[in-house]
Design a protein around this ligand. Structure first.
Ligand code: GLU
Length: 391
C-alpha cells in the first residue's frame, strides 16, 4: 500500500494480459449487447495486440444475455434456468465478440472452462489440455475468449466466479497482468456509498488481512459489487507472479483510459512467475514414474530446453498424462521433476524416437515434448529459487 503507482502505463512491459469483463458492462438488461462499448474496448485490445502483447479475454454475460433473449422474469433464476439462459446467451456472446474483433482483423477462439480445468492440482490432465490449447491459439495470433462452461457447472453459478476464473487463467498461462473491468473503480478503505471518509487505494503491495477487511464481508455493500471475489482473485494472481488491476469499465475505451492514468487499484505481483510454478512442480513429492535421459538430453535440459522423446533411454512406473515424474540421468542421479505430456504406455513407445517418427508410432500427430520446459523443475533451478526467496 506504500509504493506510488508507476508513472508509465501499467501495460507497458506486459507480454501477456488477461482482461476480464463483467456482465453489467457488456449487457444491457433491456436491449442486450452494448455494441458501441464493446467496439471501443476491442479497439483498445487491438492496439495492445499491435504493440506485441498477447491478449486473453474472460467475458461474462452469457446468463444476462440469455435471459434477455428468452424474456425471462427479473427474479433470481434457479440453477437449471441459469444454465439454459447461459446456453442461449453464450452463442450471442460469441457472436458479439467475433463481430467486434473481426472489425479489427482479430480472430477469436472460444474456450469454455470449468474452474477445475484451471486448478492444476485437481485435474492435471484437463489443465494441460486447456493450457496447451490456449497457448496454441495465442501462437496463431488469435484472441481466446473465455467463459465458465455454465451449462455443465455443478454448483450454483454466481456472479464473481469469473473473477476467480480469470485469475486462474492468468496464472495458468503465466500472464504478466490481469485486468478486472467492472462497475467498481477500485478498492476503498470503506464502502464509499455509506462512508464519506472512505479513501481510494491506488496501490496494493501485499494483500494483508487489513486489505481483505476493506473488501467487506459477504452481504456488505461492496461485496455485492463483487469486491470480495476480486480480492480473492488478487490473491491467486499475485502469489503466482501476475499483477492485477481493478478498474471501472463504465466508459468507452476503458483500457486506453487506464493507460492514460484513470483511477484504478494496482496489486503488485509477489512471486516470480516461473518460480511459483516450478516450486509447485518440485513440491509434487510423489513421482509416479522415472524417465532416464542420455547425457545430451541432460545438458539440453540444463540449458532450459524441453525434454524430447529422442533423449529418453528408459521409462518406468505407471502414470497418466499430466502426472508428476522424476527425470534421472544415466547414472540415476535426480535431475528434476516434471509433468509428463504422455501416459506411461505411450512414453515407452516413443522413447528414443525422433519427432518425425511420432505420428507413425502413436497413430496420431502427438506433441513434440515429452515434458515441456514450463512443466519442469530442475534440481538446480529449485535450489536457486530457494536461495532467492530465503535471502
Ligand atoms: N459465467 C457467467 C456468465 O457468463 C458470469 C459469471 C461471473 O460474471 O462471474 O453469465
Amino acid at each position: 500500500m506504500t509504493e506510488q503507482a508507476p508513472d508509465k502505463s501499467p501495460f507497458a512491459d506486459c507480454k501477456r494480459i488477461v482482461i476480464k469483463i463483467g456482465s453489467s458492462l457488456l449487457v444491457d438488461t433491456a436491449s442486450g449487447i452494448k455494441d458501441e462499448w464493446l467496439d471501443s474496448l476491442v479497439e483498445d485490445v487491438a492496439s495492445l495486440h499491435a504493440n506485441g502483447a498477447q491478449i486473453l479475454i474472460v467475458s461474462s454475460g452469457a446468463i444476462a444475455l440469455g435471459r434477455n433473449v428468452l424474456g425471462l422474469p427479473k427474479r433470481p433464476l434457479k440453477l437449471d434456468e441459469s444454465q439454459a439462459a447461459a446456453a442461449v446467451g453464450q452463442i450471442e456472446l460469441g457472436r458479439a465478440w467475433s463481430k467486434s474483433l473481426s472489425m479489427q482483423n482479430l480472430v477469436p477462439g472460444q474456450i469454455l472452462l470449468t474452474l477445475n480445468d484451471t486448478e492444476g492440482r485437481a485435474s492435471r490432465r484437463s489443465y494441460l489440455n486447456a493450457r496447451d490449447t490456449i497457448e496454441r491459439l495465442l501462437s496463431f495470433g488469435a484472441v481466446p475468449v473465455i467463459n465458465e462452461n455454465d451449462t455443465i457447472a455443478t454448483s450454483e453459478i454466481r456472479y464473481g466466479d469469473n473473477d476467480r476464473l480469470a485469475a486462474r487463467v492468468a496464472t495458468m498461462l503465466g500472464a504478466d497482468l490481469l485486468v478486472l473491468l467492472s462497475d467498481i473503480d477500485g478498492l476503498y478503505t470503506a464502502p464509499p456509498g455509506s462512508n464519506k471518509d472512505a479513501e481510494f487505494i491506488s496501490n496494493v503491495d501485499t494483500i494483508t488481512p487489513a486489505i481483505e477487511a476493506m473488501a467487506g464481508s459477504a452481504g456488505s455493500e461492496l461485496s455485492r459489487g463483487g469486491m470480495v471475489t476480486k480480492i480473492e482473485a488478487g490473491k491467486i494472481a499475485t502469489r503466482a507472479g501476475t499483477a492485477m488491476i481493478i478498474a471501472s469499465g463504465k466508459r468507452s475505451h476503458p483500457i486506453a483510459a487506464i493507460a492514460a492514468g484513470e483511477a484504478h487499484t494496482y496489486f503488485h505481483a509477489k512471486a516470480i512467475k516461473s518460480g511459483a510454478r516450478k516450486a509447485w512442480i518440485a513440491g509434487q513429492l510423489e513421482a509416479n514414474g522415472d524417465i532416464i535421459v542420455d547425457d545430451g538430453a541432460a545438458r539440453a535440459l540444463k540449458r532450459g530446453k524441453s525434454l524430447l522423446p529422442a533423449g529418453v533411454t528408459a521409462v518406468s512406473g505407471t502414470f497418466s498424462r499430466g502426472d508428476a515424474i522424476a527425470i534421472r540421468s544415466l547414472d540415476n542421479q535426480l535431475l528434476g521433476h516434471g509433468l509428463i505430456a504422455y501416459d506411461c504406455v505411450e512414453a515407452d513407445m516413443i522413447k528414443g524416437a525422433q519427432s518425425d517418427e511420432l505420428q507413425s508410432l502413436l497413430g496420431y500427430a502427438g506433441r513434440p515434448a515429452l515434458v515441456h520446459r514450463d512443466d519442469m523443475a530442475l534440481v538446480d533451478t529449485i535450489a536457486e529459487i530457494n536461495e532467492t526467496t530465503e535471502s
